[in-house]
Each structure stands twice: as structure tokens, then as C-alpha cells.
Design a protein around this ligand. Structure first.
Ligand SMILES: Cc1cc2nc3c(=O)[nH]c(=O)nc-3n(C[C@H](O)[C@H](O)[C@H](O)COP(=O)(O)OP(=O)(O)OC[C@H]3O[C@@H](n4cnc5c(N)ncnc54)[C@H](O)[C@@H]3O)c2cc1C
Length: 321
């Protein structure tokens, strides 16, 4: 496979990026044919820097790709023209690869793996490894389509690139015609309370079914003094901001009381509430995993049960206000 290495000069640690990619490649499949190094950056890079980098790269060609400012749209347009069907493109770790690799893969109908730790061949296929569950497990992913886009994980091992080959440097200037955004509006982010330190939390799940019910549950929780968290499907649907996600990919809570309402209690969510002193589950399925894990379980509809809890705590009159 032909390999293109893509480094981000806007980040400024090119030597480190190159050493990380070099180590990654040396531990990957042997038939990777290094083709090109692309160095994406602003035009402030001076001649000495370029010369030094040209000597360091382990390929016979390096392309300095300059832009006035980092602009993913023009970069994507350019990369689309130079990536070929059978290529493997390796991005150094960081924001550029995390954005460009998936978008380019989508456009060119390839495969992508971000935060990739290793790539290797097995049973005639190409595989990549990445950590998940906050780094507690390693996942193996088969990369089915080409071109393949890999974005390296942070903190890869490093290996100095011993080039020793003659490298031809070329330069490309990408014109920023600035017509990608028709209307840019800055919106101030709302300051959310830090619910991870709360002693009483209501965690709502997909059982709530829609954004309207989620807002209703949140309001009921607030009336009885509970902070609000959600399971992944609720956050992924955009019903509440991602910062409210509880579990392996979100917040790990340790409140005195956690009400888990309309969530099945999958391991990835449960890890976020298991440190609670007392767990109350509300679920209409008595076989849901959370029922066995909770200290108290109420079998019933999430809205009806929460309404009853609010009435019990505030009293009938105040609850109906
Ligand atoms: C790498 C990885 C990381 C993940 N990280 C997270 C994470 O951080 N947090 C997380 O939450 N998930 C995470 N997940 C997803 C996780 O595995 C579960 O899919 C998710 O927790 C399920 O959310 P849920 O319980 O809301 O939905 P479901 O599993 O669909 O459960 C909905 C529950 O609601 C009940 N219900 C339905 N209607 C009602 C009603 N009217 N009244 C009462 N109950 C009702 C159902 O009986 C069911 O038990 C991760 C998955 C992966 C692969």
C-alpha cells in the first residue's frame, strides 16, 4: 500500500509528530511503501525549517502545503485530489487529523480509525487498534474499504526518522476564497452547573422517548433539588448538551442518591453511577439490568413515578403549582 503521511505545522511540534508517525509505521505492516509527506501549515515557515524537515522525512517527496489560516474546507478539497484509491493516509495526533480523516474518508468512501494505536495485517485484511472505555479496553477494527485514513492517538511512542534518502520538496499554496460560510454568528455558551459534584442526581435514559419528556423530567428533578444527567442515547439525540452525559464516555458520579430513570443500566452507563451511596431505579421493565443493581426499584412509567416522587417530597399542593 502507498502511504501518505500528513503532519500539522500549525501545531508547531513537527519533529515529534514525524517521530511518532515513524514509530507507528515501523511497527505496522511491512509492505507499506512510503510515498509522500505532506506538511500543512501557515506560510510563516522559514527556509531553514523547510530544509531541516526535508532532510528528516523518510520519503522521496515532501509537499509543503500552505494556507493563510487553518481552513478544513480548502484542505479537504486539496487532499481529495491527491489521495488515491489504494492509499493509506496517516495523520499525526491532534485536531487536524481528528477532523480531516473522518471527513475525507466519508468523501472518498474509505475506512477511518481515529486515536489509532497500531495497524497490522491479519487473515488477508487490514486491522487497526484503538483504546475505548476510558482506555480500559483495546478494540480491534477491520478496515474494510480503501483509501484508509488513520489518525494516531496522543502519546504514541517515538522513533527518530532516519531518512538518508534524497527528498524532493515542493510547495503548494491553497487560496482561501472564504466563501464556505454564509453566516457566522457567535453564541455565548451557557454556564451549566457542575453536576458531577452534586449529592443528588437524576439520570434520565432513552425510556423518556423524546426531548419534551426529557425537559419535563429535568424540571421535576430540579424541583426536588436533583441535578440532571443523561444516558448516551439522550445526549446523542441532542436532547441535552453532551456535558450531561453520565458513564464511561462521560461523567463518573458519586452522589449520595442517584435516581436512574428510563435507562436500562448498561455497563457503560452503570460505571458512571455505581459509586452512588444509594441508587433508585425507575423502569417499566422488571428485567432491565438496572433493577437488580439498584437499592430500590420502582416498576412503572418514568413520568408517572417521578410525578409521584415530587408529590411525596413537596406535598400535593406545592407539587401542583
Ligand atoms: C464505547 C462505548 C461507550 C459508551 N459510553 C456510554 C456512556 O458513557 N454512557 C451511556 O449511557 N452509554 C454509553 N454507551 C452506550 C451503552 O452501552 C448503552 O447503549 C446506553 O447506556 C443505553 O442507554 P439507555 O439505557 O438510555 O437506553 P436503553 O438501553 O434503550 O434503555 C431504555 C430503558 O428505558 C426503559 N423504558 C422504556 N420506556 C419506559 C417508560 N415509559 N418508563 C420507564 N422506563 C422505560 C426500557 O425498559 C429500557 O430499560 C457506550 C457504548 C459504547 C460502545
Amino acid at each position: 500500500m502507498r502511504c501518505q503521511i500528513i503532519l500539522n505545522a500549525f501545531k508547531g511540534d513537527l519533529e515529534k509528530q514525524l517521530e511518532e508517525v515513524n514509530c507507528f509505521i515501523s511497527e505496522s505492516r511491512e509492505d507499506i511503501e512510503l510515498n509522500n509527506v505532506l506538511i500543512i501549515g501557515g506560510d510563516e515557515m522559514d527556509g531553514d525549517d523547510k530544509e531541516k524537515l526535508t532532510e528528516m522525512v523518510p520519503t522521496s517527496s515532501v509537499i509543503f502545503v500552505f494556507m493563510e489560516r487553518y481552513n478544513s474546507e480548502i484542505l479537504l478539497k486539496y487532499l481529495e485530489t491527491i489521495v488515491e484509491k489504494e492509499d493509506i493516509c496517516i495523520f499525526s495526533s491532534g485536531y487536524m487529523g481528528l477532523e480531516i480523516a473522518p471527513r475525507l474518508s466519508y468523501r472518498l468512501k474509505g475506512s477511518v480509525l481515529t486515536d489509532c494505536e497500531r495497524c497490522y495485517e491479519k487473515e488477508g485484511g487490514l486491522f487497526g487498534e484503538k483504546k475505548f472505555y476510558s482506555g480500559h479496553m483495546m478494540g480491534e477494527y477491520k478496515l474494510l474499504n480503501t483509501p484508509v485514513f488513520l489518525c494516531l492517538s496522543k502519546g504514541q511512542k517515538r522513533l527518530p526518522a532516519e531518512s538518508g534518502i534524497e527528498t524532493k520538496a515542493t510547495e503548494v499554496y491553497l487560496k482561501d476564497d472564504g466563501d464556505f460560510f454564509s453566516n457566522v454568528k457567535q453564541v455565548e455558551a451557557k454556564q451549566e452547573e457542575d453536576f458531577t459534584k452534586s449529592s443528588f442526581v437524576l439520570v434520565a435514559g432513552k425510556g423518556a422517548k423524546n426531548q419534551g419528556t426529557i425537559s419535563q423530567l429535568r424540571e421535576m428533578g430540579e424541583r426536588i433539588g436533583a441535578s440532571f444527567g443523561v444516558s448516551r442515547p439522550v445526549a446523542m439525540n441532542g436532547w441535552v448538551p453532551m456535558e450531561r452525559l453520565v458513564g464511561a464516555s462521560g461523567a463518573i458520579l458519586a452522589p449520595k442518591i442517584a435516581i436512574v430513570a428510563g435507562a436500562s443500566g448498561a455497563p457503560a452507563l452503570y460505571v458512571g453511577v455505581e459509586k452512588s451511596d444509594f441508587i433508585i431505579a425507575i423502569n417499566n421493565d422488571e428485567k432491565a439490568p438496572i433493577i437488580k443493581k439498584a437499592d430500590i426499584a420502582v416498576i412503572g412509567d418514568v413520568t408517572e413515578v417521578l410525578e409521584a416522587i415530587v408529590k411525596e417530597i413537596l406535598g400535593e399542593e406545592e407539587a401542583n403549582e
